[in-house]
Design a protein around this ligand. Structure first.
Ligand code: APR
Length: 240
């Protein structure tokens, strides 16, 4: 069902009445902060090779290229600020007894905006981990691509879920639990293509009233209860 921004009255009432709310976000909400999305115009996958940069095979083939790309992305994340949309979600969380924010984004912008209960489904760029042991270390500044070996014989890699890898089990379980108990779900800024993240918003998983906020149609549009054709910052601050 298509909707326009003025129809927020009903959504506000649903939000006020909801005890349990789950939000699923994708790179579209971070577009509001100036970061590129993956599949849109100017998106990362329009200008980079997915399989060579965001896959275990690509990393094994050329770890320095992969780290160079993640250094660029980490620097981009540090150079932008949370958007009004990110800040609005943090404000809404304070008013909802049971609020969960499941994000596919690895840019830490939800945490920087003040969101608390954040499930980072695809990891984040705040840490690196060893490919062999469970060592971790901060990834605050650019990683020295000439020092990628760990003393155990493994290699440092970004703490990111790559294509073909499974999501952290406890994070995914928490996200499914939140989706199952939610009365209201907001799906903001995701094309709904990548699973299992996208499945959180499907009727197979949630009984919530699902509202999508996206300037474009997505793979989820046909099955959500309400699809608002607008940008995140056009809607979320009005809800907060
Ligand atoms: N407000 C809301 N939505 C927006 C905005 C905006 N200002 N700008 C763009 N969008 C929407 C686009 O219309 C698109 O539907 O954000 C969505 C971005 O989709 P993708 O680029 O596919 O990004 P995402 O859905 O987050 O990708 C999911 O795929 O590449 C992997 O692991 C990566 O987490 C990522 C996953």
């Amino acid at each position: 069902m298509r909707d326009t921004v003025p129809e927020l009255g009903d959504l506000r009432e649903r939000l006020d009445a909801a005890r349990s709310v789950t939000v699923l976000t994708g790179s579209g909400i971070s577009a509001e902060s100036g970061l590129p999305t993956f599949r849109g115009v100017g998106g990362l996958w329009r200008t980079h090779r997915v399989e060579e940069l965001a896959s275990p095979q690509g990393f094994a083939r050329d770890p320095r290229l992969v780290w160079t790309w993640y250094n660029e992305r980490r620097n981009a994340h540090k150079s932008v600020e949370p958007s009004p949309a990110h800040v609005a979600l943090a404000a809404i969380e304070k008013r909802v007894p049971d609020f969960t924010l499941a994000t596919q984004n690895v840019d830490s912008l939800h945490l920087r905006a003040g969101s608390r209960n954040v499930l980072e489904l695809h990891g984040n760029l705040r840490e690196a981990k060893c490919t062999r042991c469970d060592a971790r270390r901060p990834f605050d500044d650019a990683f020295d691509i000439e020092a990628l070996e760990h003393e155990c014989g493994g290699m440092w890699r970004p703490d990111i879920v790559w294509f073909g890898e499974s999501l952290p089990a406890e994070v995914l379980a928490a996200a499914f639990d939140a989706a199952r108990r939610a009365e209201l779900m907001l799906v903001v800024g995701t094309s709904g293509i990548v699973h299992p993240a996208a499945s959180l918003a499907t009727k197979r998983v949630t009984r919530a009233y699902v509202v999508e906020i996206n300037p474009e149609e997505t793979a989820l549009t046909a099955q959500v209860d309400q699809s608002i054709r607008a940008r995140a910052s056009d809607v979320l601050p009005g809800l907060a």
